[in-house]
Ligand binder design. Structure first.
Ligand SMILES: C[S@@+](CC[C@H](N)C(=O)[O-])C[C@H]1O[C@@H](n2cnc3c(N)ncnc32)[C@H](O)[C@@H]1O
Length: 267
């Protein structure tokens, strides 16, 4: 099968590309663990209409579309992948949005220039230091009283056995070929609080990235037919996706999609 050359990592083989870009190759556009529904609940809780919004790691731009549709006063995307930047630019430019090719930990954007910072499925794939650096950058960009909305992979319960959590992280990292480090709700909140944020809202939704039901909700019926066709006709794609699904299933009682709204205290 030939892949869409405008997708990130289209130069890498299916065996070695990062899991989320393998899913994109198969036709998936919603790449966050709690699905579109948790994203919509999170955006509603973040109150973005009329606000200046920065999105970290927009990826293929599905949430960028939702943000623009809320009549925000400005949209700025920040992604480290140049191919992702080009795709999202196409989605937001007519609404006056811009996208920069930079790391979320050093965006170069002005301090206190955003009302809301959104970031999905991007902190999970960073080590502890980079997680803290990205959260600190969100804090710097926000005006006092502004909100940081995250949607990430959660571990459950809060007192999950340490060895189980370690095994899970190892197998997840192996199968998705990204250093995935999901955290418990308590741990996600602690990172935000130590950067100076106050926790305002927490929502969860099952981690169902590869369930048929979730995919019909997120990608539409036509989207699922396309994904199934692609997976059936490409052995490498099938092998990667089945191996990811096996790990997600093995640990399904300990994985969750988690979204948090954290507020920068008003002065
Ligand atoms: C799993 S995809 C998620 C895309 C999108 N947010 C979604 O939920 O569908 C991860 C995205 O994070 C971007 N990314 C990862 N680390 C980043 C960083 N430190 N700074 C900016 N972008 C980053 C990748 O380029 C990719 O677009």
């Amino acid at each position: 099968m030939t892949y869409d050359a405008s997708l990130p990592q289209s130069d890498r083989s299916t065996q070695t590309a990062a899991g989320h870009w393998v899913l994109a190759r198969a036709g998936k556009r919603v790449l966050r663990p709690g699905g579109l529904n948790l994203t919509k609940r999170m955006l509603a809780a973040a109150n973005i209409t009329g606000q200046q919004v920065v999105e970290f790691a927009p990826g293929l731009g599905r949430t960028a579309q939702l943000i623009i549709a809320e009549k925000v006063s400005s949209y700025t995307g920040v992604d480290q992948d140049a191919a992702a930047v080009a795709r999202v630019e196409n989605i937001v430019k007519d609404a006056g949005g811009t996208v920069i090719n930079a790391n979320a930990q050093t965006t170069g954007l002005s301090s206190e220039s955003a009302d809301v910072v959104v970031g999905e499925a991007m902190l999970t794939m960073q080590g502890d230091k980079t997680k803290a650096d990205i959260v600190a950058e969100a804090f710097r960009l926000l005006k006092p009283g502004g909100r940081y909305a995250i949607h990430e992979l959660g571990l459950t319960p809060n007192d999950i056995d340490t060895q189980l959590a370690e095994d899970l992280r190892k197998q997840l990292a192996q199968t998705i070929r990204v250093n995935a480090r999901p955290l418990t709700e308590k741990e996600w909140c602690a990172i935000l609080v130590s950067a100076g944020f106050e926790i305002e809202w927490v929502g969860t939704s099952p981690m169902a990235l590869l369930s048929i039901r979730r995919n019909i909700a997120d990608e539409g019926f036509g989207g699922v037919v396309r994904i199934v066709k692609n997976v059936l006709s490409d052995k490498d794609l099938r092998t990667r996706i089945l191996s990811m699904r096996a790990v997600f299933n093995k640990y399904r009682n300990h994985l969750t999609g988690i979204a948090i709204i954290a507020k920068k205290p008003a002065r």
